[in-house]
Design a protein around this ligand. Sequence first.
Ligand code: NAD
Length: 499
Amino acid sequence: MQELTHWINGKHVKGTSGRFADVFNPATGEVQARVPLASKAELDAAVADAAKAQPKWGATNPQKRGRVMMALVGLINRDMDKLAEALSREHGKTIPDAKGDIQRGLEVIEFCIGAPQMLKGEFTDAAGPGIDMYSMRQPVGVAAGITPFNFPAMIPLWKMGPALACGNAFILKPSERDPSVPLMLAELCKEAGLPDGVLQVINGDKESVDAILDNPTIAAVGFVGSTPIAEYIYGRGCSNGKRVQCFGGAKNHMIIMPDADLDLAADALVGAGYGAAGERCMAISVAVPVGDKTADALIERLIPRIEKLKVGPYTAGNDVDYGPVVTAAAKANILKLVQSGVDQGAKLVVDGRNFNLQGYENGYFVGPHLFDHVTTDMDIYRKEIFGPVLSTVRAKTYEEALGYAMDHEYGNGTAIFTRDGDTARDFANRVNIGMIGINVPIPVPLAYHTFGGWKKSGFGDLNQHGPDAFRFYTRTKTITARWPSGIKEGSAFNFKAMD
Ligand code: NAD
C-alpha cells in the first residue's frame, strides 16, 4: 500500500510519529494509501526550519515572488489532468468538478502574480515641515493554514498563494482524507522556483493542529472546515496571541419568488443542491419558495430533474452528475439525518435511501433526496447535512422567506431568484449573510473579490483571497521621517498639529 509523506524543506519526508490514517477511494471503499499523522515534535521542527527560510524569501522583491506565482500557474495548467485524477480518486468528485476545484484555486494564484501592486504601501509627501510619512506591508513571518477535505486543491491554494506572495513561510496542514493533491502542489511550487523550507506540508490530525495553535513562531492561522472546529481554532489561536481567520459550515437558502423563471430556478437548484454530492460549503441545501402555487410548481419541476441524476464513480466520465460522499461515516450521518426528517414529519418526495450502484456496493454513494414541508425545528433544517439532500421550506411571503435566511445560525451564502429588481436589491441589502446570488445559485466571488461568511460561518475580521488576503498575511508599519534640513526646533513636549 502506498505510504504518503510530509513535504519538508523541499523533499518528501516519511512520518516518524508511528501514527497513520487510512486514505480511502470513496467509490470502492478500498483503502488506497495511508497518510502519516505528525507529532508535535515533527510540526515544531518543520516550523523552525520554515522560520529560518523565511527572511530571505521575505526580502526577495515582490516581482520575483510574483514570477514564482506565474510559473506555478503554468505548471498547474500543465498537470491539470494528473491533479484532477488524483483529486477525484481520493475525494470522489467527478473529473470536470475536480478540474473546477483546481481552476478556482489557480485563479487565486493568478491574482497573486500582482503581489507588487498589492504590497505597494502608501506615501504622504510633506506631511509636516520636511516630514514624509509612509506605510509598508511586511510579511507576518510564518503563517499556517488548516484545510478541509471538500476542496483539496482550491482551499490549499487560497491559503498558500497569498501567504507566500506576501513573503511569508507557510505551513499547510491539509485534510487527512485527501492529502495527495496538496503534496503534488508543493512539488509544483518547488519546480516553480519556491525556495526549500518556505512551504512545508505537514499531514496530521488534532495533534498537529494543536501544535500549530500553540507554536509561538506561527503568527497567523487560516482555517476552513466545520463550525465546531472553526470556533475551537479561533478561540485557542486568538488566546495564544495569533491572528486567526476561520471559515465554518453553512446552510444556504435559495428564495424563489412567484415571478421567478421556475425552469431556471429548478435547474439552478439541482446543480447547486446535488453537485459534488452536496459537499460544498456554498451548496444550496434549503429551497424557500414563496407561496404554495410557486412551491407546487417548483416541486413539480424538481422531481423529474432529480430522478434523472446520474450518480457514479468519476471513472465513468461525463455520464456522471455526482460521485460518492467522502467516507462511510459521512454516508451514515447523511442517512441518519434523512431518517430524522421522515420521523419528524417532513415529506420525502424523492427518496434516495435505497440507492445501490451495481459493482460499487462498498462505495459511499448516496442517492438524491428531496424533502417538502420542512419546518425550522427539524434537524434536517437546523444541521448542516453536507450530502445530496435538499429541504423545501414553504413561505407565505417574501418577508417570511427573508426571515428564514436571517434567523438561521449559519450565514455563508444565499440566493434569490426573481425578475423584480426592487426585491432583489432589498434582499441583498438586508440579509445578514456574506455572499449573495441574484439569479445565481452558488455566488462564489472571483479571486479579486473576497470570500467569507457571516454568523457561525466565519470568525475573524478579514475574508479569504482578494485584497483581504494580502491584509491578513501582512502587518502594516508606518514610518515618519524628517531629515536635518527640516528640523526647526529643539525638544518638543506637547502633541500638536503639524503645520
Ligand atoms: P473538519 O472540520 O472535520 O476538518 C477541517 C480540518 O480540521 C482538517 O484539516 C482536519 O484535520 C482538522 N480537524 C478535524 N477535527 C479536528 C479537531 N478536533 N481539532 C483540530 N483540528 C481538527 O471539516 P471537513 O469535514 O474536512 O470539511 C467540511 C466542512 O468544511 C463543512 O462544514 C463545510 O461547510 C466546511 N467548509 C467551509 C468553507 C467556507 O469557506 N466556509 C469551505 C469549505 C468547507
